[in-house]
Design a protein around this ligand. Structure first.
Ligand code: PGA
Length: 262
């Protein structure tokens, strides 16, 4: 593919805490991430706690001098107004977040988020000055039918006219691998990342800057084999991000892999 731009893509490790933990656990987890790390300044680290803990987690990150960016797991489709229970991108920015996850398969599945909704969220996030982690991924049956790439590329195509390269990171998360303990093989993940990059190359200016993360049961044990793949620029981690030791190890794995790739 002639992709010689690898070194310009800084690895990213994003932790998606989902709807887990208590206030005390959230603060404790951040404090556990504050220990000094040798290689970690070469990667971007992000944690996305539940909305109600964002302020406490953000405050603790500052107090403990932890070099991790605060992120949210979702944002609303409008900037403000009569939308009971929603949280807008500008509020998320206001509380200190730099990042928001959009299009996670759990949102697509449980909240019926389609391309129209995701486009609105994307535009809100960009407008608020947030970086977006945009998730895509296929189901088990789509993969079994040989439709994995077609589906993922279609998900990207549906949003492509709106995607801003400088504010977006893609996360490829096969749905069958999320929270199941099943991980895509490094080769299968690499193939998908390569397919995505080919597609971006043909359809998006400045495509080579786009980071593509892998997500789906990444843990301290399997991170190294995935991280060594040239097209994998980092991870979006769910379950293992609730374990400070695992999150630290995965970050170190990414930093080490980056050095080896250079
Ligand atoms: P998991 O979740 O690491 O628990 O599989 C990943 C995600 O949903 O982002």
């Amino acid at each position: 593919m002639g992709d010689n731009t690898q070194t310009f893509r800084r690895p990213m490790l994003a932790g998606n805490w989902k709807m887990n933990g208590t206030y005390d656990q959230a603060v404790h987890l951040v404090k556990s991430l504050s220990r000094p790390l040798s290689l970690e300044d070469t990667i971007d680290r992000i944690i996305c706690p539940p909305f109600v803990y964002l302020e406490a987690v953000g405050r603790t990150l500052v107090q403990e001098s932890v070099d991790i960016v605060l992120g949210a797991q979702d944002c609303a489709v409008t900037a403000n107004g009569a939308r009971t229970g929603d949280v807008s991108a500008s509020m998320i920015r206001d509380i200190g977040c730099g990042v928001v996850i959009i299009g996670h398969s759990e949102r697509r599945q449980h909240h019926g988020e389609d391309a129209t909704i995701l486009t609105a969220k994307l535009l809100q996030a960009y407008e608020a000055g947030l970086q977006v982690i945009l998730c895509v991924g296929e189901t088990q049956s789509q993969r079994a039918e040989g439709q994995a790439s077609a589906h993922v590329l279609q998900q990207i195509a549906a949003l492509l006219p709106h995607i801003r390269v400088d504010q977006t990171t893609l996360a490829y998360e096969p749905i069958w691998a999320i929270g199941t303990g099943l991980t895509a093989t490094p080769e299968d993940a690499e193939t998908m990342h390569s397919n995505i990059r080919h597609y971006l190359q043909e359809n998006l200016a400045e495509w080579s800057k786009m980071r593509i993360l892998y997500g789906g049961s990444v843990n301290a044990g399997n991170a190294a084999s995935l991280a060594q793949m040239p097209g994998i620029d980092g991870f979006l981690v769910g379950g293992a991000s609730l374990d400070a030791d695992a999150f630290v190890v995965i970050g170190q794995v990414l930093a080490t892999a980056k050095k080896q790739k250079e």
